[in-house]
Design a binder for this molecule. Structure first.
Ligand SMILES: [Zn+2]
Length: 77
């Protein structure tokens, strides 16, 4: 019982977002129902954080994905 009704992991969402970034005109498949109608909105607050809102009009899937920028560079000084 997770409460949000979704079993899609953040890493799966990230793969969806990365694929979308490569080709933004291509339809994106919803990770839940596989309908090629997923809408992705880039709400990033660069240079601090990448922030994406994902929603699917077909099944009601809604999720936000945040990726802290710089997190992969520990102790860079
Ligand atoms: Zn869907």
């Amino acid at each position: 019982m997770s409460g949000d009704g979704s079993n899609t992991s953040d890493s799966a969402l990230m793969a969806v977002v990365r694929a979308w970034q490569v080709d933004e005109v291509k339809p994106v498949h919803c990770p839940e129902c596989q309908t090629p109608a997923l809408e992705i909105t880039d709400q990033s607050t660069r240079p601090y954080r990448e922030w994406y809102a994902l929603s699917c009009p077909a099944c009601g899937f809604e999720k936000t994905l945040s990726i802290p920028l710089g997190a992969a560079v520990p102790g860079a000084d």
